[in-house]
Design a binder for this molecule. Structure first.
Ligand code: GDP
Ligand code: IMO
Ligand code: MG
Length: 417
């Protein structure tokens, strides 16, 4: 289950809704740059490292090898969930091959962003980039290392390396001040089952168990196919689920794609349909579009079909789930971008450089007034919303099977069972 835009499509909520239909929920890439929100019983939870199936009683949740974990953020999440009298020890497993985010990774992230000035990516500053750099640079520390006798030595070696790198920047830092909390977090991680998750997951699949893989970020933030360099440092697309869990492509059944009924982006980088006017402001206020991880206001704009089609192609999406339909209530007209103008030509696909787009070209659809938030059956939705989804299906060739009409677990309509 993957995000098809720039993240924050509502993945946390949808995973929570679907979790009872599965035996296992996994996270396979990204780290605490993710903020996945769930709402039920008037409580709101934001998860960063932990899969969004954690509040369901009968499901196992696995943080798989492709994820990068910050022990400090992890232990805070554990604390918040445990406060609800939920015993996580049986429900949560962590791959020994997942990489650790060190305090110095966070500092390197900050120093690097700081040095970029105007071209900064708008990173969440959680140390994601530097941690994946150390993974591919073959310097990283993994969860399995915390059990080894020379863990502290390995840690110190990498920390000193980072201190050398930090000399390149004009940036004040104090790594030692962050270490106690970090090593306390390591002790918390040790209380969980640290496993070879690729073996476990393949065994589960062999035994016909159903696994829901929860993507983080979105396709347009993918390291290979996103709006580079304004992307994150992992493969957020479907292929990332194979490498991030150690499963073969043919084990994947359905590929669910989540998209917002409009678009948002937080951080820097091109955003063709961005609305910097009052309409953008309305979407932000109605949709409460503020980052779940950083609190930053999200940039808002109309739905972008070339982006959606590109994401569908890269992921092999078989079903679409549309979220935040309720936020579009009250607009006279709803615009959907169907092509772009670049110079004198018009294209309906993603160009190499999104910055080249001079103008998004729109089709206008009729809006609706009805408040959707308390609708409980698809039969009662306004005809204009049905037309909106039919238009998307016609343009993408993929069925929209679920529509979300509010943040709560209950606010979901099945369109095509
Ligand atoms: P994620 O990162 O994809 O899990 O999404 P986020 O949690 O960062 O952002 C989605 C936000 O929209 C959260 O505040 C959700 O509670 C909220 N949300 C999810 N689905 C809906 C919906 O259908 N309608 C409204 N109004 N809010 C929603
Ligand atoms: P979820 O899983 C939205 C964005 C950041 C920045 C860029 C790089 O909640 O959808 P990074 O911290 O990875 O170095 O940031 O990617 N970004 C997200 N935007 N949702 C997310 O996750 C994001 N994770 C990273 O804002 O532009
Ligand atoms: Mg989010």
């Amino acid at each position: 289950m993957l995000g098809l835009q720039w993240g924050d499509e509502g993945k946390g909520k949808i995973v929570d809704v679907l979790a009872p239909r599965y035996d296992v929920i996994t996270r396979f890439q990204g780290g605490p740059n993710a903020g996945h929100t769930l709402e039920f019983n008037n409580i709101k939870h934001i998860l960063h490292n932990i899969p969004s199936g954690i509040f369901r009683e009968n499901q196992i949740n696995i943080i798989a090898n492709g994820v990068v974990i910050d022990p400090v953020i992890f232990s805070k999440e554990i604390e918040q969930i445990s406060a609800l009298k939920i015993d996580l020890s049986e429900r949560l497993l962590i791959s020994k091959k997942a990489h650790l985010i060190l305090p110095s990774h966070r500092i390197l992230d900050q120093a690097s962003e700081n040095a970029k000035g105007k071209t900064k990516i708008g990173s969440t500053l959680k140390g994601i980039g530097p941690t994946y750099m150390d993974k591919t640079g073959r310097n990283g520390l993994r969860i399995g290392d915390i059990l080894s006798k020379d863990f502290k030595e390995k840690y110190n070696y990498l920390k000193e390396k980072h201190k050398d790198l930090l000399k390149l920047y004009d940036f004040d830092f104090n790594i030692e001040a962050l270490e106690k909390e970090w090593f306390d977090g390591i002790e918390i991680i040790k209380k969980y089952q640290l496993v070879d998750s690729e073996i476990l997951i393949n065994d589960l699949l062999k035994n016909n168990k159903r696994i829901l893989a929860e993507g983080a970020q979105g396709t347009l933030l993918d390291i290979d196919f996103g709006s580079y360099p304004y992307v994150t440092s992992s493969n957020t697309i479907c292929a990332g689920a194979c490498s991030g869990m150690g499963i073969a492509p043919q084990t994947i059944g359905e590929v669910y794609g989540i998209f917002k009924a409009y678009c948002t982006r937080v951080g820097g980088g091109p955003f063709p349909t961005e609305l910097t006017d009052q309409t953008g402001e309305i979407l932000r206020e109605k949709g409460k579009e503020y980052g779940a991880t950083t609190g930053r206001p999200r940039r808002c704009g109309w739905l972008d079909l070339p982006v959606l089609n590109y994401s569908i192609m890269l992921n092999g999406i078989t079903q679409l789930f549309m979220t935040k339909a309720d936020v579009l209530s009250g607009f006279d007209k709803i615009k959907v971008c169907t092509s772009y103008r670049i110079g004198n030509s018009e294209i309906d696909y993603m160009p190499y450089d999104l910055e080249e787009i001079s103008q998004p070209l729109y089709t206008d659809l009729k809006g609706w007034e009805t408040d959707l938030s308390s609708i409980t059956s698809i039969k009662n939705i306004p005809s204009e919303l049905e037309d909106y989804m039919r238009f998307i299906e016609k343009e993408t060739g993929v069925p929209v099977t679920f529509v979300s009409v509010g943040p709560d677990r209950e606010q979901i309509l099945t369109r095509k069972p």
